[in-house]
Design a protein. Structure first.
Ligand code: UD1
Length: 427
């Protein structure tokens, strides 16, 4: 088992280019099930979540090949409609095949993904909304059996919460539902817009994606066809490198994403005293003399992204004064704070609030990553900490960051991948 070893205290500079967005490409891949044919999706990150979704598609009968950053997906013979627990348990986003399977086959048999480290992560909005579109559900032995015996029909759906996954599943199923479906209080993330653009290229009629009301005029399943697409840039990968620059950068250029997709997060980072120069496809970031404390509350887009919460917590741990971080999207997303405290941070967690009182320095320690973004944040903490930080549980980081170690080293950091036992021997 490998761990990441970080030698703290090096100044970062130069340029890093982000990959296509994990949270978009997984759904684009799922959408290829909807119409048989050969799809070419470019800018696909080489991360383990994409490998899992490739296996989900293969299980359904698709052929999936990667050439560098392009995926070629042939769904001509994707006649399967059942996904096994062995794959689904590895990645909750596999639930994104539910809408596409209903659209193509009128039925689906999907294992329930279960909870995960950051909370219970319910799926009730997915099921309730798909029921409105004419789907019947049976839940048995951890498996969801879905069927639309009379075909899918349009509905007006108001989501209690602007859930990303529910918006996507409804949007995909509604593409072939008879009539016009309206999703009110829809999620507005850039990845939703990317998926809607992809579906429209396939022949769907979707308007309003990126706003709270999405309208989907149903088309026949036979009229849909395969298409090519370039994935939108990963704003969260970008934001993670922005924080690296804010902590220890001297003109770190982060490119390959639209700065407006990270609007509020960049504004908060600037309010902490960091200088950010905006480019058309990225930003240039440098570390300030000192960081100011800040209050943050996570909310659905365009609010502050929950996927940037851990990275900003590292910044607040070194800021002058007290910061309050409120997590509104997930129930249990402060687990990594315990690891940061082991590195000397002064953070108190009370329910969905964390109070971070800035300290003058963090010190390297062995720490364990608890989830994807928490793991990345621990690496960021290691960059500024005194001495050496050893991060275990890096399979979480590999789910969402392509070559995180290599990209940071290219900026001048000193990271290495080492076998866990060897690393412990050195302590
Ligand atoms: C997606 C992203 C994840 C991001 C999150 C919020 C992917 C693969 N993952 O996750 O990185 O952090 O959006 O921006 O795209 N909820 C319900 N019932 C439901 C659905 C959701 O109560 O039916 C709750 C969840 O428990 C959670 C909250 O809503 O507390 C947000 O979930 P949702 O927006 O659906 O996130 P995901 O699509 O799972």
């Amino acid at each position: 088992m490998q761990i990441i070893k970080v030698e703290g205290g090096h100044t970062l500079s130069g340029e890093v280019y982000v990959e296509g967005a994990k949270n978009s490409v997984l759904k684009l891949m799922a959408a290829t099930i909807m119409a048989p044919g050969v799809y070419r999706i470019s800018r696909v990150p080489n991360i383990s979540d994409v490998a899992v979704m490739s296996n989900v598609l293969r299980e359904l009968g698709a052929q999936v090949d990667r050439i560098d950053h392009q995926l070629i997906i042939d769904t001509s013979n994707a006649d399967g409609y059942s996904t096994p627990y062995e794959l689904v348990k590895k990645m909750r986003a596999s639930i994104a095949v539910l809408g596409p399977l209903l659209a193509r086959h009128g039925k689906a048999r999907v294992s329930m993904p279960g909870g995960c480290q950051i909370g219970e992560r319910k799926l009730d909005l997915h099921f309730l909304s798909l029921e409105h579109l004419g789907t019947n559900f049976e839940f048995e032995h951890g498996v969801v059996k879905a069927s639309a015996p009379n075909g899918l029909h349009a509905a007006s759906i108001y989501l209690d919460f602007a859930s990303v996954g529910a918006t996507e599943n409804i949007m995909m199923a509604a593409v072939v539902a008879k009539g016009t479906t309206i999703i009110d209080n829809a999620a507005r993330e850039p990845e939703i817009v990317d998926l809607a653009n992809f579906l429209n290229k396939m022949g769907a009629k979707i308007t309003g994606a990126g706003s709270p009301v999405i309208t989907i005029e149903g088309v026949s399943q036979e009229s849909l066809h395969a298409t090519d697409h370039e994935t939108v840039g990963d704003r969260i990968e970008a934001g993670t490198f922005v924080v690296a620059g804010a902590l220890c950068g001297d003109k770190v250029k982060v490119r390959g994403f639209k700065p407006e997709h990270l609007g509020l997060a960049l504004q908060k980072i600037r309010q902490m005293g960091v200088s950010i120069e905006y480019l058309e496809d990225g930003v240039i970031v440098s570390k300030p003399e000192h960081l100011n404390a800040i209050d943050i509350q996570t909310l659905p887009y365009p609010g502050f992204p929950t996927d940037m919460q851990a990275q900003l917590m590292v910044m607040t741990s070194l800021a002058q004064g007290n910061s309050i971080i409120t997590e509104n999207v997930f129930e249990n997303r402060f687990m990594f704070a315990g690891e940061l405290i082991r590195m000397g941070a002064n953070i108190r967690v009370d329910g969905h609030h964390a109070i971070s009182q800035g300290v003058t320095k963090l010190s390297g320690a062995p720490v364990a990553s608890t989830d994807l973004r928490g793991g990345a944040a621990l690496v960021l903490a290691g960059l500024v900490a005194d001495g050496t930080t050893m991060i275990s549980g890096i399979e979480h980081i590999n789910r969402g960051y392509e070559d995180f170690v290599g990209k940071l080293n290219q900026l001048g950091a000193k990271l290495s991948l080492v076998e866990q036992e060897a690393a412990l021997d050195e302590e």
